[in-house]
Design a binder for this molecule. Sequence first.
Ligand SMILES: *Cc1c(COP(=O)(O)O)cnc(C)c1O
Length: 216
Amino acid sequence: MLQQILAELAETNTQLVAVSKTKPVEQILEMYQQGQRIFGENRVQELVEKQAALPSDIEWHAIGHLQTNKVKYISSFVSLIHSVDSLKLLAEIDKQALRNERVIDCLLQIKIAAEDSKFGLGLAEAEALLSSDRFTQMENIRIVGVMGMATFTDEELQVRGEFKHLKECFDHLKAQYFAEVNHFKEISMGMSGDYHLAQEEGSTMVRIGSLLFGAR
Ligand SMILES: *Cc1c(COP(=O)(O)O)cnc(C)c1O
C-alpha cells in the first residue's frame, strides 16, 4: 500500500505524512524499513514516547490540536507543526524553539470545514495574526504554509470546494505576506478518504493514517 500511494503522490510531487497515531512502534518501524521517514502524530505524549523509541532520522510532524502548555515536550525535535491556530500558541512555539536554539517550521491551520469544528483560523484571523507586531518579532518560528481538514462526508463536491478554498487562502496569504520568500509553499490537505481530491486541488502534503496502517 505504501509503494502504491507513493507512486500516486509522485505524479504531483506531493509529500506523504504517514499518520501513525495509536499504532505501535513495531508497525512504524516496518514502514520506516520500507523507506518512509515522515510520520505524524496528534498526541504529545505518544509523539514523545515514539520519538525516543524510534530511529533519529525520522521527521516527526505534530498534526492535531496542540495545547500551549505541551509545546515544551516536543520543541527539541518536532520538524513541522501543522496545527497552529492562535497567536498565543505560536508565541509559545517561538519561545520554546529559542530555548532549544532552533527554528521550528509551522503551518497555519485554516478552518475550511462546514462542520462546527473548534479548531482552525478564519482567513481574516490568519491575516490579523500575520499582521500583528508580536508575530513580526518572532525569530524562532517559520510559517511554511497552511493546513486544513475537510468536512467528513461523502459529498465530493463539498470536499472539493473546501480544498479549493484552502488553496485560495494559501494563494492570498502568499501574495500578501510571503511574496518575497520561498519557504511559504506547503498546503497540507488530504487524508485516507480524500487525498485524491486534495491532490487534484493542489495539496503539497497529505496526511494518511488508516489507509496505510489499517483502521484504528
Ligand atoms: C488522524 C488524522 C489524519 C489521518 O486520518 P486517516 O483518515 O486515518 O487517514 C490526518 N490528519 C489529522 C489532523 C488527523 O488527526
